[in-house]
Design a protein around this ligand. Structure first.
Ligand code: NDP
Ligand code: 2IT
Length: 451
């Protein structure tokens, strides 16, 4: 018997913890997946003997580099940059770039690991990767952001390529930053290629990429509700975050007849009992994206709303909840509070917003609960469609893309049902997503042998 054979879950996790000291986010993400995969693998000898999960939980490579830039006062600033290339069994590495002071190797490793399963779920040929820097864009001038992005790309360019690794946006990286990075890539390589997604429409971007993550999360939520013969009409929604994902999730909830009660940022949350309608969402988009303002100022523009400093919005009673800000923003007690207040469904727009305690609470309560790797996959899915359009050197129509996004989200929902249906009307979407994503990557890895 090979030495690898049939270690149990606690022994496997001991090893992960030992090999990744001081990387709690990465260990957490692996634990959440391993809990389901160990059960699934029980009678599947080959996955064990070939150590497939052990190999997926060890990034293909982690590139770490120094990023020097000069601020507007002439000071030399030094940041850390990374690209984690987790797994390319089913396609080129693919995943966003995050600029936030909380970025560490652990955070990017968890995100690249999650991305591997998420990208597999989309049905498109994309492997998993993630990159970023501990650079804090808040309070920086546009020229400083540009210089930082250029410096970041001056190293990153040698590790990426349209058929190698295709980055995109994430927290702190939107269309403006993608523009600066694409400009620098093109300048260095003299190569106009689909090496980044989330590009502007004039230079290779795809329609609906900006909206896709938030819209996709709400399509997934609607798919879950439909299993109970329900829809979003008249439902109240609590949303965290006020960036790309949160504002587009809010927009789609409103379009489908729901009422959005909250949005938030790292300063706290706003609660608008009248509902955050399209006009108010447009105000938030302009305020947060163009004016780089704080959500707190919402109450000045819309005085019926209240602002609660330093808190997350999970105590506000609602029918559905969408955490769309960041990892570990919804803890076990928040999950218990949501359920006590009658929340029926949770769809994660962010990556790993719910901590392990919270995940277990949602599973035990058997509510409709979609993990980010399933419900926020719409963004990377449309990124995949942007890659296809770039390869074809053409742009598809908005209606075509809208339909493809809906179909992809329904396809992910079906995959979750295939592996997560527990009988008695309960679907464990976490289990369904983990197994469906794992199986596709694992079977490709088996085909390649020991590499
Ligand atoms: P944005 O930068 O557009 O917005 C991030 C939002 O989350 C802001 O409101 C921000 O508040 C808040 N936030 C960020 N970090 C923290 C923190 N540590 N504590 C509290 N609030 C925080 O990012 P996105 O909307 O693109 O990303 C949000 C989430 O969605 C992330 O988890 C990301 O990985 C995930 N995601 C994004 C996709 C995309 O296509 N963009 C695709 C799939 C997932 P503040 O302004 O105060 O910083
Ligand atoms: O977490 C994610 O899926 C993203 N930030 C989007 C990645 C992408 O390549 O579009």
């Amino acid at each position: 018997m090979a030495v690898s054979d049939h270690v149990d879950l606690p022994t496997f996790m001991e090893g992960v913890k030992k090999r990744n000291p001081y990387q709690p986010e990465f260990v957490q993400a692996v634990q959440e997946v391993a809990e389901d995969i160990f059960e699934f693998m029980q009678d599947k000898e080959e996955y064990h003997s070939q150590q497939i999960l052990r190999r997926i939980a060890e990034p293909d490579r982690v590139v770490s580099f120094r990023v020097c830039w000069e601020d507007d006062n002439g000071n030399i600033r030094v940041q850390r940059g990374w690209r984690v290339q987790n797994n390319n069994a089913i396609g080129p590495y693919k995943g966003g770039i995050r600029f936030h002071p909380s970025v560490t190797e652990s955070v990017l490793k968890f995100l690249a690991f999650e991305q591997t399963f998420k990208n597999a779920l989309t049905g498109l040929p994309m492997g998993g990767g993630k990159g970023g820097s501990n650079f804090n864009p808040k309070g920086k001038s546009v020229r400083e952001i540009m210089r930082f992005c250029q410096s970041f790309m001056t190293e990153l360019y040698r590790h990426i390529g349209a058929d190698i690794d295709v980055p995109a946006g994430d927290i702190g990286v939107g269309g403006r930053e993608i523009g600066f990075m694409f400009g620098q890539y093109k300048r260095i390589t003299n190569n106009f290629t689909g090496v980044l997604t989330g590009k502007g429409l004039e230079w290779g971007g795809s329609l609906i990429r900006t909206e896709a993550t938030g819209y996709g999360a709400v399509y997934f939520l609607a798919n879950m509700l439909a299993t109970k013969s329900e829809d979003l009409t008249g439902k109240t929604a609590v949303i965290s975050g006020s960036g790309n994902v949160a504002t587009h999730a809010a927009e789609k909830i409103v379009q489908l007849g729901g009422k959005v009660l909250t949005l938030s940022d790292s300063g706290g949350y706003i609660h608008d009992p009248d509902g955050i309608d399209q006009e108010k969402i447009d105000w938030v988009k302009t305020h947060k994206t163009h004016r780089r303002g704080r959500i707190e100022e919402y109450v000045t523009a819309f005085p019926k709303a209240t602002f609660v400093a330093g808190k997350t919005p999970w105590g506000v009673p609602c029918d559905v909840a969408l955490p769309c800000a960041t990892q570990n923003e919804l803890l076990g007690d928040d999950a218990r509070m949501l359920i006590a207040n009658g929340c029926k469904a949770v769809a994660e727009g962010a990556n790993m917003p719910t901590d392990l305690d919270g995940v277990h609470v949602f599973k035990a309560a058997k509510i409709l609960y979609a993990p980010g790797k399933a419900s926020n996959a719409g963004g990377v899915a449309v990124s995949g469609l942007e890659m296809s359009q770039n390869s074809e050197r053409r742009s598809w129509k908005e209606e075509e893309l809208q339909q493809m996004l809906k179909d992809i989200m329904s396809g992910i929902h079906k995959s979750c049902l295939a592996y997560g249906d527990q009988g008695g009307g309960y679907i464990d979407y976490v289990k369904g997503a983990n197994i469906a994503g794992f199986k596709k990557v694992a079977d490709a890895m088996l085909a390649f042998g020991v590499v």
